[in-house]
Write a protein that binds this ligand. Sequence first.
Ligand code: B12
Length: 216
Amino acid sequence: METLKVDSITNDFLQNLLKGNRSNCSLIAHNYLKKNPSIKDLYEEVFKVSLYEVGRLWETNQITVATEHMATAITEGILNELFEQITPKKKFNKRVVVACVENEQHQVGIKMVADVFEMKGWESLFLGAGIPTAELIRFIRESKPDVLAISLSIYFNFTNLIKMLELVRSDFSGLQIIVGGQAFSRVSNDAMQKLGNVVLLPDLYLLEKYIETLNT
Ligand code: B12
């Protein structure tokens, strides 16, 4: 099989994102999947790496906020486009509610998380960014998920996460909660203790392994 030149594919994707060329980005994603039919690898190796680089270029004033918004919007559009290719081998009668912590606006990573659950045969209820905790709790009451997945990208939202978890636990003490997102690289072990019994999963590979332990 032809070896995949992932770095050059990722760079090609990134350059097209920065130019705003959505159709080329879409083509690159589909071509990647023809060579390696792993949506998870595409997300991790191409989309995530590109968006982290977009963040670095933005932080160092090499691109504008508008270009960053455009790049993110194109990537989200392609995630939606690829959703139809997610066909689990087996369906499990399990449900996950997937959301960002209150005030967190970064939703691409957690959307990937929702897709991985779907690939593993779960029903994903994706609430995205900006969900107030009270509304999340109401939604959990109605949808009765097996797992709650929460994303935290910005460290200053950590106290919101602690509050959110306290409120969720007071109503749903047995609910399994998993968390992830780049902010956790800044969270000390002591601070992690404040979150109580949560599973921290840094990427989609470990997420998949975690889901497999539940798919029995
Ligand atoms: C796009 C973007 C935005 C967009 C988001 C739009 C959207 N629709 O999502 C907008 C413009 C809203 C935005 C705003 C801000 N942003 Co911003 N943003 C980004 C950018 C460029 C890309 C984010 C992204 O999609 N990454 C790709 C995804 C796939 O990666 P990920 O989120 O890490 O997810 C992966 C894992 O972490 C994991 N994961 C994530 N969540 C979960 C949850 C679970 C349960 C599991 C299992 C796994 C998991 O799975 C994913 C796959 O591996 C990043 C750069 C970067 N390094 O990411 C900056 C970045 C995150 N933003 C940053 C900042 C500072 C901000 C602002 C504070 C800027 C400002 N001054 O206003 C605001 C904060 C807004 C808020 N309250 O949330 C900083 C954060 C620094 C920090 N760590 O504190 C970054 C790193 C940029 C930088 N280099 O400075 N941003």
